[in-house]
Every structure is written in C-alpha cells, then in structure tokens.
Design a protein around this ligand. Structure first.
Ligand SMILES: Nc1nc2c(ncn2[C@@H]2O[C@H](COP(=O)(O)OP(=O)(O)OP(=O)(O)O)[C@@H](O)[C@H]2O)c(=O)[nH]1
Ligand SMILES: [Mg+2]
Length: 448
C-alpha cells in the first residue's frame, strides 16, 4: 500500500457483489441491467452514514470469466494510504476478509483456471530482474511449461499402460524381446526429452545467478593479465614473478547478455611454499565449483608438466575454452596437439597485455554458452529450483525404469514410471499437497 495515482481494492467470492452494492453509490443503479458484468461504473464509495469516501470506477465481474473464476469486484480508487485503508475496512465491515498472500492466484489454481506452473510464472513475471527474465516467465504464463510437462506425462502413461497390460494379463499379452525393445525405446525418448527440459533450467539459473567462470593455468602464463583485459581495468596485480596471485580474485562482466563471475586464480604447480599451496587448494575448489573454465597456456613455451596438471582438472561438467596467451611472442606451443586432446574445444589466441584477441575470446564464450543452453532450441522453461528438482527426480525414475527393463520384474518398471509421472505432476500441480501449495503461495504478495 502506498501513495499513487490509482489504487485498487479487489474482492473475490460469492459475496463480492452484495458487499460492493452496499458501499457503492452510482447514478446507474436504477438501470434494469445493473450491475452489468465486465462494465466500468462511475460513482462513490460511501460510509455507513452515507458520506462519500472517494470517487471511484468500479467493475463487477461475473464468474467464471475472472482471474479467480469467482465473482470479482474491483474498486479503482485514489491511492492514498487512508483512502485505501478506509475502503478496505468498509468491505471487511460488510463481510469480506483480508486475502492471504497469493490467495487470488491460489483460488485461480484451485478453481482450475490455471495450472501451478502458470500460477508460479505470475510470480516470476513480477520478480523478473531483466527483460529476458520477463520474456521467459511470460512464455510459461502462456502455458509452455504446462504443455511440455503434460506431453511428457502422457508419454509416460502410454508406456505404463503397455507395461501394466503385461503385468495384469500375462496370458493374453506376451512380453517378448520385441516388447522389451519397444518399451526401452519409448523410455529412452522420454529420458531425452526430460534431459532437454532440465537443460533449460541451467539457462534460467545462468540468467538469475550468473555463470562462475574460473581462469586457470600454471604460474606466469598471464591469467591476471587476461582478467584485467576482460574487465578493461587493472584489477589484479600482474608481475613477471611466478606465483603473484595467491587469493582468488573476482570481477563481474556482462557479455552477450550473460552475467559472468570471473575468478582469477593462483597458478597451479608443485610448490613447497605453504602460502602458495593454500592458494592452489583454493584454486582447485574454485575450478570444481565453476561452470566455465578458461584454461590459459603460454603460447611462447612448449607444453609443460604443470600445464598437464591444470588440464587434468577439466571435468565433464565444465564448459571449456583454451586460451593460448602471449601470441605477440615467438610461438612454441604445439596447438594441434591440444586440439587433438580436446576435440571440439575452441582454442583462442590472445596477447592479454596488448588486449589482442580479447574480443574473439568474448565471442567464443557467448557462442559456447548459446550452444550449451539452447540444445533444444527452445527458451528456458524450468524457471524455479522446485521445477528443476521435480524434473530431475522424474528423470532418475525413468532411468531406473530403463535399467529395470534389463533385469528386474516388470513390476519395478511400472513402479518407477508411476513415480516419474507423479513427480512431473508436481510441476503442473496435479499431484501436490496443501503443504506445498502453502509454501509456494506464501511467496506471493498480498492481493495477487
Ligand atoms: N609478452 C607478453 N607478456 C605477457 C602477456 N600476458 C601477460 N604477460 C606477462 O606475463 C607475466 C605474468 O603475467 P600475469 O598476468 O601476472 O600471470 P599469471 O598467470 O596471473 O601468474 P600467477 O599469478 O603468478 O599465476 C607478466 O610479466 C606479464 O606482463 C602477453 O600477452 N604477452
Ligand atoms: Mg596472477
């Protein structure tokens, strides 16, 4: 509640019209069709003594064509804290009660107007922190996630029905090799679709939280110089003494719409220096937590043992770009050997001190992120942690079912498929309990 041009007091429920007619005075009330649904009436809100409180525009909206699918009244009054308070109090005196957080949206869900994924995307629209965030939430509001999830659930039910037929009528339906192959093929397809859906969560999270990007390499290859060049700022100390950087150093950068959290790290090598050793331990932790790795090598020297140790840290879940720095010096690094070791990984040559190749590096980063986030060619759909967890749990069950096809009795396949179907129902709200609903809607503001 605050000061503004227009404030809205909204009522939903079977008594909404009755209460509104008690506190609203309009010259149109003697018209035969009064109150017309979805029609805006000019008039006054009057208190118990008949004294006017505010001049308003009021609409009566008859169920079911309303936000909650119940009779709804909206009073467009002037938005002064006292005006709003007085009008609110009048409605309460006449039988209304204050809504709980998210109660309007909860009723819309309970009355079947929207599914849970749409209800939650309303919150995501309200909370969005970027134009891209609004766009993604709006797509879910239109039912994109609902349709996708329902599609997967339908496929699960189809396969489940085939499996259950064999379990229930073993004399009539034969579970031969062909049957198992077909079931497995269907489940593999479901698993792929689910994985694509889960991949969209990563993009959503990347936009919400940023992408942890570690700059790693052995000492003196130019990691700190690269950080400075990317940030266009002398952020980190650069020195020709190996082991200059000890602590992790952060900088934020927005490229191609992706928020990156760049982390400059201590050079990795064998050292007896205890302070450097602590720095290297921190580097390894940062690498493990990072999504994107920029592995920096010195292009003016052949590959060394310490470089190998760095490359051994690259794990499957990392997105990777190899930066061959110091391209202004005589090239002595065998790049084709690198390309063989990391097929498909982009190798970018830079001269960090002079700022050369930095733009190309940025373009390569954007290209890599674009590729990995749009594998399914669709914009993000899983926008909340809750959706992501439900989808991942469903995937585990589908994978268990595939495994069970190999060795276990069919009952296991059936059980796992039921579980997957149930988990996905938590996204659309088909299989949620009151406790979960309380938790979800408590995050809404009052009046939404
Ligand atoms: N010629 C040339 N020298 C560079 C380039 N980039 C960095 N250097 C030099 O390499 C030395 C090490 O640079 P840093 O950026 O401190 O290297 P680092 O990888 O952060 O080193 P540590 O923090 O010790 O692990 C410095 O003397 C830089 O001036 C480059 O592109 N070309
Ligand atoms: Mg450094």
């Amino acid at each position: 509640m605050g000061e503004g041009g227009i404030g809205i007091v909204r009522m939903s429920g079977p008594d909404a019209f009755r209460i509104a007619r008690k506190i609203f005075f309009t010259s149109k009330s003697n018209q035969p069709d009064f109150p017309r649904s979805h029609f805006l009436y000019h008039g006054y809100i009057v208190d118990g003594q008949g004294d006017p409180i505010d001049e308003v525009l009021l609409s009566f909206m008859k169920a079911p064509h309303t936000y909650t699918r119940e009779d709804t009244v909206e009073i467009n009054c002037h938005s002064g804290v006292f005006t709003l308070r007085l009008i609110l109090d009048l409605t309460i005196k006449n039988g209304a009660r204050l809504a709980e957080p998210g109660e309007f949206t909860r009723r819309a869900f309970l009355n079947g107007r929207i599914d849970l994924s749409r209800a939650e995307s309303i919150l995501h629209v309200i909370r969005a922190r970027s134009a891209e965030g609004v766009k993604q939430a709006a797509l879910n509001l239109q039912g994109r996630l609902y349709r996708k999830t329902t599609g997967i659930r339908d496929s699960i039910i189809t396969t489940l029905a085939r499996v259950d037929a064999v379990i229930d009528f073993p004399e009539d339906v034969e579970a031969d090799l062909l049957f198992f192959k077909q079931v497995k093929d269907e489940l593999e397809a479901i698993s792929r679709t689910l994985q694509e859906l889960i991949a969209t969560a990563e993009r959503g999270r990347a936009y919400r939280e940023g992408i942890d990007t570690a700059i790693v390499g052995r000492p003196n290859v130019g990691k700190s110089s690269l950080l400075n060049a990317l940030l266009r700022q002398q952020r980190a100390i650069v020195h020709d003494m190996p082991g200059t950087t000890r602590d992790l150093l952060e900088g934020y950068l927005l490229i191609g719409g992706y928020p990156l959290r760049l982390i400059d790290t201590a050079g990795i090598h064998d050292t007896a220096n205890p302070v450097e050793q602590i720095g290297i331990t921190r580097t390894k932790e940062a690498v493990a937590a990072a999504r994107l790795l920029l592995v920096v090598l010195d292009g003016s020297q052949p590959l060394q043992k310490a470089d190998e140790a760095v490359m051994d840290l690259v794990a499957e879940e990392h997105k990777l770009i190899i930066v061959v720095n110091k391209k202004d010096l005589k090239p002595l690094l065998n790049i084709s050997a690198l390309e063989q070791r990391f097929p498909g990984v982009k190798v970018v040559r830079t001269a960090a001190i002079a700022g050369e190749g930095i733009q190309l590096l940025e373009e390569s980063i954007v290209e890599l992120l674009d590729q990995s986030f749009t594998s399914s060619g669709e914009p993000a759909q899983l926008l909340s942690m809750r959706h992501e967890i439900a989808a991942k749990e469903a995937l585990v069950s589908v994978k268990n079912a595939i495994e069970a096809c190999e060795s276990r009795p069919l009952e296991f396949v059936s059980l796992e498929l039921r579980e997957a179907w149930h988990k996905l129902g938590e996204i659309t709200g088909d299989t949620v309990d009151d406790q979960l609903l309380d938790k979800i809607f408590s995050e809404f503001c009052i009046g939404k």
